[in-house]
Design a protein around this ligand. Structure first.
Ligand code: NAI
Ligand code: MG
Length: 361
């Protein structure tokens, strides 16, 4: 048999990251061990995160990037835990990987799952689904800036935090959004900025959007300022298909989208290096949720959906579709973790997804 074989770098990270990542691996194991499976995989685990930081003074090994660079994909839990400042943990691990591996497209689908009470009062909720495409290497998260005049309680400290918008950076992610739209039933791209106030970087973004859109005459376009778009997420969600935005704006809108759909715990994401020069990284949208860590109640759907995005990226589209279908079947039949209104545990949630998978596989 010529099955595909994948080498995955697994970084569980902190808090519920460690819990949900196991569940995604269980789903991959299930798929790979079916008699007609098309792939096998091996895992290398890396114990990086806040505990590692407290022991070693750094979030990952000095040669960490080299250690994971030759893997086919990275499966990531979440980082951040009380005791380590959030900007240290985020920059030391997740953003370090996204920027150094040029994972410039962060894909965040918003799905309304059957059986999950959404916060949105909409007659046809289950027909709603849109995808956020987040610029993932520059913008507001460029990391350019500094602090000065920190001296001795004079209260004169200043901080500069610069956004970086490059024409190339804007163009590649905007183009990606148009290419994504071409593959959907309704071909529409909505660009979100705040270019009335951010008159340099985001006006450049708008100009690139206008230029690139001319190459896609079959794709409908729409442009909004982010404050109005936040309202649109709630008031006119049926207008959303592919939404492309800068690093910070899309980060905020994706939490809003998943909360509207029912919970942060159900949202999946892919940090893609579409050029495939480096491995891409797959992680749930949520963070490490210290408030519920260790209780075995975290929702694994975001992490399992992220594993499905990983399968798709690795060329296993059918398997990805099956996993997403099994998630829907599981919530439809009433298996719901606490965040979406039930009392199913993390493990039982995955059990029910595996059960559904074995029904349809
Ligand atoms: P969070 O996403 O960890 O939690 C927000 C709320 O949603 C909490 O009440 C939590 O219990 C709930 N929640 C999140 N995921 C859930 C799940 N799977 N099942 C059930 N409930 C869930 O965001 P928060 O509290 O702002 O940040 C906590 C830590 O995570 C911080 O250290 C932060 O820096 C870090 N973080 C890391 C991210 C990453 O690794 N990509 C992304 C966002 C935050
Ligand atoms: Mg976020």
């Amino acid at each position: 048999e010529n099955k595909q074989h994948f080498k995955l770098a697994v970084i569980p990270g902190d808090g519920i990251g460690k819990e949900v990542i196991n569940e995604g691996i269980r789903v991959l194991e299930f798929l790979s061990t079916q008699s007609n499976s098309k792939f096998t995989f091996e895992t290398d685990y890396f114990p990086w995160g806040c505990e590692y930081y407290l022991e070693n003074g750094k979030m990952m090994a000095d040669d960490g990037l080299e250690k994971i660079e030759d893997h086919d994909a990275i499966y990531f839990g979440a980082v951040g835990f009380p005791g380590v400042p959030d900007h240290i943990s985020l920059w030391g691990l997740r953003i370090a990987i996204c920027q150094n591996f040029d994972q410039w497209a962060n894909i965040r689908p918003v799905e309304f799952l059957p059986g999950v009470k959404s916060k949105l009062n909409h007659p046809e909720k289950e027909k709603l689904n849109w995808v956020l495409i987040r610029e993932n290497t520059e913008g507001e998260y460029s990391g350019i800036g500094g602090r000065n005049f920190t001296g001795r309680g004079a209260r004169k400290e200043v901080a500069v935090q610069s956004s970086l918008f490059t024409e190339e950076g804007c163009e590649r992610v905007i183009r990606y959004a148009f290419e994504t739209a071409l593959k959907r039933d309704r071909k529409k791209v909505t660009s979100v900025t705040k270019s009335n106030a951010q008159q340099y970087g985001m006006v450049l973004w708008d100009e690139v959007f206008a230029r690139v859109s001319k190459e896609y005459p079959d794709v409908e376009t729409d442009q909004w300022l982010v404050d109005a778009m936040a309202a649109n997420f709630v008031l006119r969600p049926e207008e959303l298909e592919v939404v492309v935005a800068s690093n910070l704006l899309a980060d905020i809108l994706s939490d809003l989208g998943s909360a509207l759909a029912g919970s942060l715990g159900i949202a999946a994401s892919a940090n893609l290096n579409p050029d495939r020069r480096f491995p891409s990284m797959f992680e749930a949208v949520h963070g490490s949720a210290p408030d519920i860590a260790g209780e075995g109640i975290a929702n694994p759907i975001g992490a399992i959906g992220s594993a499905a995005l990983m399968l798709e990226h690795l060329g296993l589209k059918e398997e990805a579709v099956l996993v997403n279908q099994a998630i829907k079947d599981a919530t439809q039949s009433g298996f719901l973790t606490a965040d979406i209104g039930g009392n199913t545990s993390t493990k039982e949630m995955t059990d029910s997804i595996l059960q559904q998978l074995s029904n349809i596989y």
